[in-house]
Design a protein around this ligand. Structure first.
Ligand SMILES: *[C@@H]1O[C@H](CO)[C@@H](O)[C@H](O)[C@H]1NC(C)=O
Ligand SMILES: *[C@@H]1O[C@H](CO)[C@@H](O)[C@H](O)[C@H]1NC(C)=O
Length: 336
């Protein structure tokens, strides 16, 4: 049986070993999807491979953003069983939901632009001459399509629960905040045409920010996330800041319901709760990557390890750089 609280998007990423999702039959075999998602999968088989790539993107970005923290997104390696870490209403869960929803929107939009899908292409609403006087031309990313697909596919899990639980409200809010991290940071990219780079004619198109930028934005929102609680306003339930002194969160902020555990110790009953024994730490840093905080006061060990680096690089005419390989000893600190 599939664990009750799995996050389907992550599960899809793990299917990379299964190969691509090509036919409707595969949709039936994707464990972890709810019935409504199987229907969407069948209806949009051609989009599902992009969804799978998106999920992988989200995992990679999560592990990058959390590489120097006690919880390093490792829970996701123990899929399909999710630890409480992600399934509880913590700040970490808020990040995971936001980055997943964003990554699906991003990957689907990419697929539209690259012409691999029949259902969508470039954004044709972007055309003509802009007020600034440049010509819209080329392929503008169809972010509206990617966002709509993410909303229908990723959010359907929460919507099917009736939007009443505070967890569902939290997840939906954070999914939307994740997608906003792309929507609010769309950029205009341009190319100049004319004699030797003179910009007589400029053509421009709308492009998504690189996914690393999206990850950085959502990580910033994680750092400033708002603790909320459910309140009834009339007949609808809403999330409001737990501390009424705090200014209300916006659509782009992350929200969470439960405080995070300290992530210090290994807990065999909580998948993904690996503890910080053996983690590398920075001896001079006072931040969370420093040995004091990372090792939760248990102390650390120091080893001399040999690293191989490029050095004495020389530029050769024309045009390559040749380097030597240097070996040097560096100190590496790991938590006890
Ligand atoms: C995360 O930390 C655990 C130990 O707590 C380690 O085994 C794992 O390799 C780390 N994962 C990443 C992606 O750094
Ligand atoms: C360790 O932390 C210090 C201070 O924050 C920083 O300057 C240094 O680059 C860090 N070292 C490594 C190896 O990350």
């Amino acid at each position: 049986r599939f664990p009750r609280l799995c996050l389907c998007v992550w599960y899809l990423a793990k299917l990379s070993s299964v190969g691509s999702i090509r036919d409707e039959e595969t949709c039936e075999r994707l464990r972890g999807l709810i019935q409504r998602q199987v229907q969407i999968c069948k209806r949009s088989v051609e989009v599902m491979d992009a969804v799978r790539r998106g999920a992988q993107l989200a995992i990679d970005e999560c592990q990058f953003q959390f590489r120097n923290r006690r919880w390093n997104c490792s829970t996701l390696e123990t899929m399909p069983v999710f630890g409480k870490v992600v399934t509880q209403g913590t700040r970490e869960a808020a990040f995971v939901y936001a980055i997943s929803a964003a990554s699906v929107a991003f990957a689907v939009t990419r697929a539209c632009s690259s012409g691999e899908l029949e259902k969508c292409g470039c954004d044709h609403n972007v055309h003509g001459v802009s007020p600034e006087g440049f010509q819209w031309s080329g392929c503008s990313d169809n972010i509206a399509y990617g966002v709509a697909f993410s909303q229908s596919f990723v959010d359907v899990r929460e919507r099917s629960k009736g939007q009443s639980s505070s967890r569902a409200l939290m997840n939906l809010h954070n999914n939307e905040a994740g997608r906003k991290a792309i929507l609010s940071h769309m950029r205009v990219e341009c190319k100049c045409h004319g004699v030797s780079g003179s910009c007589e004619v400029k053509t421009c198109w709308k492009a998504m920010p690189p996914f690393r930028k999206v990850g950085n934005i959502i990580k910033e929102k994680f750092d400033g996330a708002t603790e909320v609680e459910q309140r009834k306003v009339g007949t609808t339930k809403v999330l409001v800041p737990r501390n009424s002194q705090f200014k209300p969160h916006t659509d782009e902020d992350l929200v969470y319901l439960d405080p995070s555990p300290d992530f210090c110790d290994y807990d065999p009953r909580t998948p993904g709760m690996l503890g910080t024994v053996g983690r590398q730490c920075n001896r001079t840093s006072k931040a969370i990557d420093g040995c004091e905080l990372m090792c939760c006061g248990r102390g650390f060990q120091t080893q001399e390890v040999e690293v191989v680096d490029r050095c004495s690089c020389k530029f050769h005419w024309c045009c390559y750089v040749k380097c030597k390989q240097c070996r040097k000893m560096v100190e590496m600190h790991t938590c006890r």
